[in-house]
Design a protein around this ligand. Structure first.
Ligand code: GLY
Length: 313
């Protein structure tokens, strides 16, 4: 049994471990842990308090996958609901679908009894106001008003903020029955174009779990993981016989072909193999990941292995 998470998941890991210790399922563990991160107003990359899109609206994405059945549920561009991970789980359990977005996702959340609330905190709104106008050169400030009235694409190209783009939370759990589940939740790229989805709600890009081989979840530039199906690649490379570290390295190396600026690319992943061995990998030196088993009293925070996307094959 094990729980693995991105560094910002530390606020949820003990709750997840307690569920596993009590004989709970991997699915329950990853959902409960993700909810604690989604409720944390100090985490501006996930849930309540997340940074908004270009129009100042918080739009959330999340996905959950059951490695026992390969069933999955996801929501994208969901506004007004603090716990997209729980709405995603309901999609998996109550609908013949995998992914709902925008108005459809919000309608479904209301039908399932989730409470609607304002997710934009004053702290996040202030960073948005300053970040947006600060990103525009002085002679282009009028683009703000023009853009919000019309040409948002021009604004998005200049203001989408890579410094605030990389946050998301990942949880992977393996329970006492050997079942694996994987959950991902994010508010996405700060000041994104409305309706933009990254990798987090896309099964195969930011989230994949299969009891037979392992699981992987991503944080970082969703556009890159989308282009390369990174989470699924990690699982597929294991299926093809790669060891866990080799599978992760190959999936990361695949990203180099999908970017013109590999030296700046930000991608991080956490993964386990089918035996529950954890790993964290990144393109940015100094990043960590966290894992814990029910026998432990405190989690371990470890440096991620670093992959240089500029290195020749
Ligand atoms: N990795 C999260 C996102 O790009 O939205």
């Amino acid at each position: 049994m094990i729980i693995v998470t991105s560094a910002n998941g530390i606020v949820g890991i003990q709750a997840a471990v307690a569920i596993l210790r009590d004989g709970g399922t991997a699915l329950d563990a990853v959902e409960a842990a993700t909810r604690l991160v989604e409720a944390n107003p100090d985490d501006h990359t996930v849930g309540y308090g997340g940074y908004p899109n270009l129009l100042g609206e918080v739009e959330l994405d999340a996905s959950i996958m059951d490695g026992r059945t390969l069933h999955a549920g996801a929501v994208g561009a969901l506004k007004g609901y603090k716990h997209p991970i729980s709405v995603a789980r309901k999609v998996m359990e109550e609908l013949p679908h995998v992914l709902l977005t925008a108005e459809g996702a919000a309608r479904f959340a209301a039908e399932m009894g989730f409470e609607q609330e304002n997710l934009l905190t004053e702290a996040a709104a202030e960073v948005y106001r300053q970040g947006l106008s600060g990103a525009l050169p002085a002679d282009k400030r009028d683009w703000l008003n023009d853009g919000i009235a019309g040409n948002l694409a021009r604004l998005a190209r200049i203001t989408a903020d890579p410094e605030h783009a990389a946050g998301t939370v990942n949880f992977i759990a393996q329970d006492s029955a050997g079942n694996i589940a994987c959950a991902v939740s994010t508010s996405g790229w700060a000041w994104k174009y409305p309706g933009r989805l990254g990798d987090s709600p896309i099964i195969g890009a930011g989230n994949y779990a299969d009891n037979r081989y392992g699981a992987c979840a991503c944080t970082g530039w969703g556009e890159l993981a989308l282009r390369c199906s990174t989470a699924h690649s990690v699982v597929l490379y294991q299926r093809l016989g790669f060891g866990l570290e080799q599978a992760c390295r190959q999936a990361m190396r695949d990203l180099a072909a999908a970017t013109d600026a590999p030296e700046h690319a930000i991608m991080n992943l956490v993964a386990i193999n089918r035996d529950g061995r954890p790993i964290g990998m990144t393109t940015v030196p100094g990043r960590t990941f966290v894992w814990m088993t029910p026998e432990m009293t405190t989690p371990v925070e470890e440096p991620r292995l670093v992959v240089d996307l500029t290195a020749k094959e």
